[in-house]
Design a protein around this ligand. Structure first.
Ligand code: NAD
Ligand code: DAU
Length: 377
């Protein structure tokens, strides 16, 4: 029996990780620890909430005393840490919240885990602190090939017709950290603390850095679900700058599968990059999403292209992210399960089939918060 805490389990990626672990490992006790901020939603876990190996605990990761108590009460062996403030635009408006949750929250978990595990006869034996981080900590890559070139890699995620790379370089596990936004600076800082706890105290830690995720249950402030929802309501689609920034997209379930593989088989103190070699310019994704929504809603082809509205660019907008995940693929045998075109089709269909979920999370306070955010730009 293993007792595992998954932090941020009511959020987008966390809910997929909780679902996978609860269903796949009936022998584990899975504790979903989440503060339920605007981004946390227990409706994301309706299908597993009654399982005997699942428990939800509402807690702030910054609450050291409460977490230390939980470690003792539940005899926690493993921590998979996803809880964070995760939206770059919010971090530009309100960096303090990001430092508090992402830096101090992570440090609080590390210190509580250290005190509890060091008090046990077996100490760190059989224990794991797995920290989920992002490719954004590496900074931005140059767009040396703005027209796109045929890349050297092919994976299921990138095997579609599009399959282009916009530069020769990638983020490797050895790439020096160079974060630009308050969000990525806070994630970089938390990564450093996690590694420091290994190097200083011998805590068995693992860090992974993943590229942009997409799929069901993503809060509609992020590009893909925001645009699906706006197209649905025929609202403008705010494209930052020229829409030429490049992101490397991975279906969220494939990220959850990678987390499972690495939690169980990854080497302590190692870093693994997670991504599908699947680079897209924002504007190309946006056109694909428009075409897919229009087709699934039975609207004429191209009907909603005029919703595209170019707006002032995000401050410090990183040009290009591209992850090299060769290490994970070669050493642990993980690879993405879906071609991107298939994943986008599944994703758009999910949001259109789950309008109630979308309407609930986009109602009231959130809506006015978001509108105010645009006014400030
Ligand atoms: P999300 O914003 O959808 O979910 C975050 C969750 O953390 C929410 O459930 C929220 O309630 C919870 N939370 C926030 N502050 C908390 C606090 N103080 N105490 C307890 N819980 C708190 O985020 P996501 O997109 O699912 O990202 C999850 C993790 O993965 C983050 O660490 C993020 O940096 C990382 N990541 C995300 C992506 C991506 O594309 N979304 C890519 C790579 C890495
Ligand atoms: O790379 C991993 C990161 O991906 C994660 O660590 C973050 O938590 C996650 O939010 C995501 O960050 P991005 O900033 O890349 O994601 P976002 O969906 O906010 O934006 C994707 C791209 O689309 C980015 O270039 C900005 C652009 N964009 C975004 C929004 C919300 C727009 O043009 N218009 C928009 O309205």
């Amino acid at each position: 029996m293993k007792n595992i805490v998954i932090t941020g389990g009511a959020g987008f990626i966390g809910s997929h990780v909780v679902r996978l672990f609860v269903n796949k490992y009936p022998q584990y006790n899975i504790i979903n620890l989440d503060k339920l901020t605007y981004a946390g939603n227990l409706a994301n876990l309706k299908d597993i909430e009654d399982k005997p190996n699942y428990k939800f605990v509402k807690m702030d990761i910054c609450d050291f005393d409460a977490f230390y108590q939980l470690m003792q009460d539940e005899q926690i062996d493993g921590i998979i840490h996803l809880a964070a403030e995760s939206h770059v635009d919010r971090s530009i408006k309100d960096p303090f919240t990001f430092a508090r949750t992402n830096v101090m929250g992570t440090l609080s978990l590390l210190q509580a885990a250290k005190l509890y595990w060091e008090s046990l006869p077996e100490k760190y034996e059989g224990k794991r602190f797995y920290h989920i981080s992002t490719d954004e900590v590496y900074g931005a890559l140059e767009m040396t090939n703005p027209e796109g070139i045929k890349p050297p890699f092919t994976t299921k995620a990138s095997s579609g017709e599009h399959h282009l790379a916009y530069g020769k370089d990638f983020f490797y596990e050895t790439t020096k950290y160079n974060p630009h936004s308050p969000y990525s600076a806070s994630k970089a800082s938390s990564d450093h603390f996690v590694r420091a706890f290994h190097d200083t105290y011998g805590m068995p830690t693992i860090v992974t850095n993943c590229s942009n995720n997409y799929g069901p249950y993503q809060f509609p402030e992020k590009l893909i679900p925001l645009f699906i929802n706006n197209i649905r309501h025929r609202k403008p689609l705010p494209v930052y700058g020229k829409g030429e920034n490049v992101r490397d997209w991975l279906y969220v379930v494939d990220h959850a599968r990678a987390i499972d593989t690495i939690f169980h088989n990854g080497t302590i103190a190692e870093t693994y990059n997670i991504g599908g070699f699947n680079e897209w310019k924002n504007i190309d994704i946006i056109k694909t999403v428009i075409a897919t929504v229009d087709r699934l809603l039975g609207r004429p082809e191209g009907a909603d292209l005029d919703l595209i509205t170019y707006v002032t660019d995000r401050l410090g907008h990183d040009a290009r992210y591209a992850i090299d995940s060769t290490k994970l693929q070669k050493e642990l045998g993980w690879e993405p399960s879906l071609q991107f075109e298939e994943g986008i089709e599944k994703t758009v269909k999910w949001y259109l089939d789950n309008e109630e979920w979308l309407d609930n999370v986009t109602s009231g306070d959130y809506q006015s918060y978001y509108e105010n955010m645009y006014k400030g730009r």
